[in-house]
Design a protein around this ligand. Sequence first.
Ligand code: HEC
Length: 239
Amino acid sequence: MGNKLLSILLFFLFTLIFSFWPGQENTAPKVKIISPSENVKLEWNTIVPYRIIISDQEDGNSEYDEINSSEVVLTVTYFSDSSKVEKYVKEEIAARSDMLSKMASSNCFTCHKAKGKLIGPSFEEIANRYSPAPENKEYLAQKIREGSKGVWGDEIMPGQPELGTDKILQILEWIFKNAQDSDFTFYVGTEGAFKTKKRRKDGLDKAAYVLHAQYADHGINKSLEKSKKGTHSVVLKAE
Ligand code: HEC
């Protein structure tokens, strides 16, 4: 009889403890640009290889091929006047780059690059071809939703109705605002390379590049709503 009472008491005690146990929390990924390193001075008109490492408690480690490389994005921004860099890194770059994680998880980068053709036209080419008038955005949103063929060549873009018009319009807004900026571009993947600008006469001693890497994780059990983002920025002087 005493034993039974003890078991019942223990049962209630454990139930009480577990009801206050904090729920499992998704940990944010760690993102690190390991190359080029912060103290490197970039040369003009040169190809600069980059490498990013991602480690995430839930998704895994990019060193063991556990991270989907097409969801890792690096933005590269050029400044002829590096006095603007600090504010940019602190206040602007996260918001500017955020949409790229959404585009990455919608698979846009399997077929589209910032500059230069992949399977589909680059976002720069798209922004050059259409003005940002509302009717063009409506037309392009319909193309993304329902698919497209024959406008740019023989390749087909499959329709993506699951994205929803609001999200598609936000993506198009971003493309029209950023894709034609010759001082800003992005690359997809944990490894790659970018090219610095040709030597310019003005402001050479003040020029800088801001590299910003980001990865949005898949949450716990792939529930993307609880996704957390990891970022890392590096400022490099050019001379
Ligand atoms: C499987 C490859 C693929 C994927 C994924 C893809 N696209 Fe495309 N996209 C294409 C191709 C190919 C074209 C050119 C189609 C044509 O010539 O009509 C295109 C065309 C476009 C156009 C221009 C349409 C026009 O009428 O000029 C836009 C805008 C666009 N894509 C945006 C996106 C966005 C945003 C995403 C992600 C949500 C995306 N695409 C995903 C392959 C793809």
